[in-house]
Design a protein around this ligand. Structure first.
Ligand SMILES: [Zn+2]
Length: 288
């Protein structure tokens, strides 16, 4: 049997597009998280994307992450990608590409369109030169804690014509679109603009990504996948599962001080959450 390596995200998303499902992209920060995500994917026979969000320019965390994810990918019997979530500049992108990530995101969504195109194009070149995939963001997905006026909310959404141009000029492999979801927990009632998603899908020749997949009604997520979303990001819900399991275990096991026991409990809770989302996104059973 050949040893599996981390796979470029693009291959997974191409299969997802054809199969009408989405691949879950789960944010982790440590070995417990990586093992939980990859074990859940193996149990569900699903491809999976392990994601990391990194601040700062120290390449050490990225290198640790690659080493751990590479071992997980080698021993897993399902495809595993390692993706940089919301790369804030080209330096972060380069750091992760050099470290061995199989996919990177550049987030130029706060820049004017021309500058977002420029920085994304460079990130795509860096990624493609290394044989990996690149994701970008157009429109502003923002935070669920921010309650915007109807006007501001509308302005933050992805414009289909801009999306068409953005994809054509950058050749980006995947595009995170602002269609009404937001990061974190919602202080307002989210309502995905599915008509807008349809419009974008018609004109933007790339694969579309839904960020803010936590705390979002399940039927809305499924509708978005039905309309062509092929990657759904889950960070907050997984962080919540981690923290809840940690608190509960410590509170009900007063005498236990061993970190290994605590992380086993945490890993189990994270794994259950990931399995649930894999089933929701329709990728269960879709691994080669
Ligand atoms: Zn995001």
């Amino acid at each position: 049997m050949s040893v599996r390596k981390l796979v470029p995200m693009n291959d997974m998303l191409a299969d997802a597009e054809e199969g009408g499902y989405a691949v879950g992209a789960f944010n982790v920060t440590d070995l417990t998280g990586i093992q939980a995500v990859v074990q859940a994917a193996e149990e569900e026979r699903s491809p999976v994307i392990v994601q990391m969000y990194t601040r700062g320019t120290d390449p050490t965390p990225a290198r640790y992450m690659v080493a751990m994810a590479a071992i997980a990918a080698e021993s897993a019997n399902v495809p595993v990608a390692l993706h940089l979530d919301h790369g804030r500049d080209l330096e972060s992108v380069e750091t992760c590409v050099k470290a061995g990530f199989s996919s990177v995101m550049i987030d130029g969504s706060k820049l004017p369109l021309a500058e977002n195109i420029e920085v994304t194009l460079k990130a795509v070149e860096i990624a493609h030169a290394a044989g990996i995939s690149a994701e970008a963001e157009l429109g502003k997905i923002g935070s669920g804690a921010e309650v915007l006026s109807t006007d501001d909310r509308a302005k933050s959404l992805t414009d289909p014509e801009e999306a068409r141009r953005f994809v054509q000029e950058t050749g980006v492999d995947a595009l995170a679109v602002a269609i009404g979801s937001a990061h974190g927990l919602y202080k307002f009632k989210p309502n995905l603009d599915l008509d807008l998603l349809k419009e974008i899908r018609k004109v933007a020749k790339t694969r579309l990504v839904l960020h803010g997949g936590s705390d979002l009604p399940r039927d809305q997520i499924q509708s978005a996948i039905g309309l062509g979303i092929t990657k759904v990001n889950v960070a907050t819900d997984l962080a919540g599962a981690y923290t809840k399991a940690l608190r509960e275990f410590v509170a009900s096991n007063d005498g236990i001080i061993w970190p290994g026991r605590i992380s086993s409990a945490v890993q189990e809770a994270m794994k259950e959450l990931v399995r649930d989302r894999i089933i929701l996104f329709g990728s269960s059973g879709m691994a080669d």
